[in-house]
Design a protein around this ligand. Structure first.
Ligand SMILES: *Cc1c(COP(=O)(O)O)cnc(C)c1O
Length: 404
């Protein structure tokens, strides 16, 4: 945890816990690094579903080409928060209302997921013109990955693309710019490059055979985030160098990527506090404020969420302070379910009732995928370390404490 974040976390009152703390200068530096690693012909979009916190979106807006949204709700939200930013609207099962909204909002791209969706969309155009990508469910081997997206309900099998070409031939307002792929999640740079290579070769060949003027290919997101080794971040320089090589074989293409998790995971902290410590059948448990109804990530991905202990030496009670020392401890939340586990049997030097625990890598698919209503506990408070100044953040630097 950087000193500025630590300062903010330490300054929170107990009543403000659990809290989400977003380190915006860290996010800004990270997205700058990503952008700098990519060739100019790669357009970087951020997949808003990973975390659509308004200040996160505003921080990213200066460094990304635009935003990928996957629902009418995200579309409205992103439009309101960053009004001028280009939007690509994708996702399965778009309703007629959402498609109409996309037209009215003037989205930059629509990612078409099926022939039916394309036909429905064509009826709503009303003389307008829209640039679309067809999403392809290409049967490629993506190896052992965290989440394979191909072969499911996303996009179309290649044979269905021809049906779409027939539909579009009679609807001049729909301009086909290219193809969209999001085939796997959790890939490191080298497997990601192999996949991009295959996808682009396939796309160019498909376009040549059909006589399609292929301008753009979006290869999706899914850049890996390693929760078991937090410092091992996705190798953006390797991806950038590889893409540069691959793109020399595709001189007329613009490539798009739309990562989510790998952009915002690292900037977020979920800060809690130990409420109780108990030993049950030989195992130590620390019961924390909040739990997986605020931070569902470890339950959803079946991992131990990495954390830092922030000791708090105040102890107002006349009895001995419960603690664990030099032994594995399981960190659980306040929910009445054995599944409410944030980290399991982690070796810990010392953890006491009252100490704070800051869970790292809580900036993506964290609060926004959690089941907040379960058990009706209060919601966390939200705080942002401000990205107002452009220089490197200093310990004890000014920070904004925006509670929402
Ligand atoms: C979820 C999603 C992304 C972002 O995936 P990450 O794993 O968060 O990088 C990008 N594109 C599409 C179509 C998605 O569904």
């Amino acid at each position: 945890m950087r000193p500025g974040t630590y300062g903010l976390v330490a300054a929170l009152s107990d009543d403000e816990l659990p809290a989400y703390v977003y380190d915006l200068p860290d996010l800004r530096d990270h997205v700058r690094t990503i952008r700098a690693a990519l060739p100019g012909r790669v357009e970087l979009l951020y997949a808003a579903k990973a975390n659509s916190d308004p200040l996160i979106l505003r921080t990213l807006a200066e460094h990304v080409h635009g935003f990928e949204v996957a629902s009418g709700g995200e579309l409205d939200h992103v439009r309101a928060i960053v009004p001028g930013a280009p939007i690509a609207f994708g996702g399965p099962g778009k309703t007629q209302q959402e498609l109409t909204r996309a037209l009215d909002a003037g989205v930059e791209r629509l990612h078409i997921e099926s022939e039916h969706e394309l036909r429905l969309f064509a009826t709503l155009l009303g003389g307008r013109t829209v640039d679309v990508l067809l999403r392809v469910n290409l049967p490629v081997d993506v190896g052992r990955v965290a989440l394979a997206m191909g072969g499911g309900p996303f996009g179309m099998d290649p044979v269905q693309l021809d049906r779409c070409l027939e539909v579009m031939a009679s609807v001049p307002g729909i301009r086909l710019r290219g193809l969209h792929f999001h085939l796997a999640s959790g890939l490191q740079a080298q497997p990601q490059l192999l996949l991009v290579d295959k996808v682009l070769a396939w796309a160019e060949n498909w376009a040549r055979v059909r006589g399609v003027d292929l301008r753009e290919v979006n290869v999706g997101g899914g850049m890996g985030v390693d929760y078991t080794h937090p410092p091992r971040v996705f190798d953006w320089p390797a991806l950038g160098a590889g893409l540069r090589r691959i793109l020399t074989r595709h001189p007329h293409l613009t490539l798009r990527i739309e990562p989510g998790r790998s952009v915002t995971a690292y900037c977020g902290w979920y800060v809690s506090q130990v409420l109780d410590i108990k030993f049950s059948r030989g195992h130590a448990f620390a019961v924390l404020r909040g739990g997986t109804h605020h931070l569902r990530t470890p339950a959803a991905k079946q991992h131990d969420q990495p954390f830092e202990v922030i000791p708090d030496d105040t102890w107002p009670w006349p009895w001995n302070r419960p603690e664990v020392r030099d032994e594995p401890v399981t960190l659980v939340g306040q929910l009445c379910t054995p599944k409410d586990v944030l980290a399991s049997r982690i070796m810990t030097e010392r953890l006491r009732v009252g100490d704070r625990v800051a869970f790292a890598m809580a900036g993506a698919y964290a609060w926004n995928i959690s089941h907040h209503a379960f058990l009706m506990h209060p919601h966390p408070t939200f705080h942002h370390l401000a990205a107002a100044t452009d220089g490197p953040p200093v310990a004890g630097d000014t920070y904004a404490r925006q509670t929402s």
